[in-house]
Design a protein around this ligand. Structure first.
Ligand code: ADP
Length: 151
C-alpha cells in the first residue's frame, strides 16, 4: 500500500462524484429586478452570486464585485435593473448535472469565479436555452473535500 496507489484510489473515487449530488439550490432573479432588490436577495439568501433569468432561462450572473462596481460607478440602485450590471450569456460558464464535481472545480479555478450555474440544455424555437437547475460553488467543493477526508 504505497501512498501513491492510495491517492490514486482516492482520486478515482472523487472523479465519480457528480455535480447533482453536491449542488445547492440556485438563487435566481429576473433581469428587470433592481440592483437594490438583488443586493437585498444576496443578503437574505446568504450567497455571493445570483443567477439571472429571462423568460425562465439563464441570461446572466451577478456577483458581489458587479454590485460594488455599479456602486462605485454611481448607479441609481433603485432604478437600474440587474440586466444592465450582470455578466451576460454567452460569457457564462456553466456545468451539467451529470458532470463531475472535479470538472466543476477545475472550471471554477481556471476562470477564477466562485460558482457555476448547473443547467440543462433545451432547444426552444431552434435556439439553445439553459434551464437553471442548481448552483455549485467553492463551498460545495470544500464541503466534499472535508467529507472525503473524514470518511
Ligand atoms: P465575487 O464578485 O463575489 O468575487 P466572482 O469572483 O465569482 O464573485 O465574480 C467575478 C466576476 O465573474 C463577476 O463579474 C461575475 O459576474 C463573473 N462571474 C461569476 N460567476 C460566473 C460564471 N459562472 N460565468 C461567468 N462569469 C461569472
Amino acid at each position: 500500500y504505497s501512498g501513491k496507489s492510495q491517492f490514486n484510489l482516492f482520486s478515482e473515487e472523487v472523479k465519480r462524484i457528480k455535480v447533482e449530488t453536491m449542488m445547492s439550490l440556485p438563487i435566481v432573479v429576473t433581469e428587470e429586478t433592481s440592483v437594490y432588490d438583488a443586493i437585498v436577495t444576496l443578503f437574505l439568501e446568504d450567497v455571493g452570486t445570483i443567477f439571472v433569468a429571462s423568460k425562465g432561462y439563464l441570461s446572466g450572473v451577478i456577483s458581489r464585485k458587479d454590485f460594488l462596481k455599479s456602486a462605485i460607478g454611481g448607479t441609481d440602485m433603485n432604478k437600474v435593473p440587474v440586466g444592465m450590471v450582470m455578466t451576460r450569456r454567452p460569457n457564462i460558464l456553466t456545468i451539467g448535472l451529470k458532470d463531475s464535481v472535479l470538472d466543476a472545480a477545475i472550471k471554477i479555478l481556471d476562470h477564477e469565479v466562485d460558482s457555476l450555474p448547473v443547467v440543462e440544455r433545451e432547444i426552444v424555437e431552434g435556439k439553445e436555452q439553459l434551464k437553471i437547475i442548481g448552483r455549485i460553488s467553492k463551498s460545495n467543493v470544500t464541503k466534499l473535500f472535508v467529507e472525503l477526508c473524514k470518511a
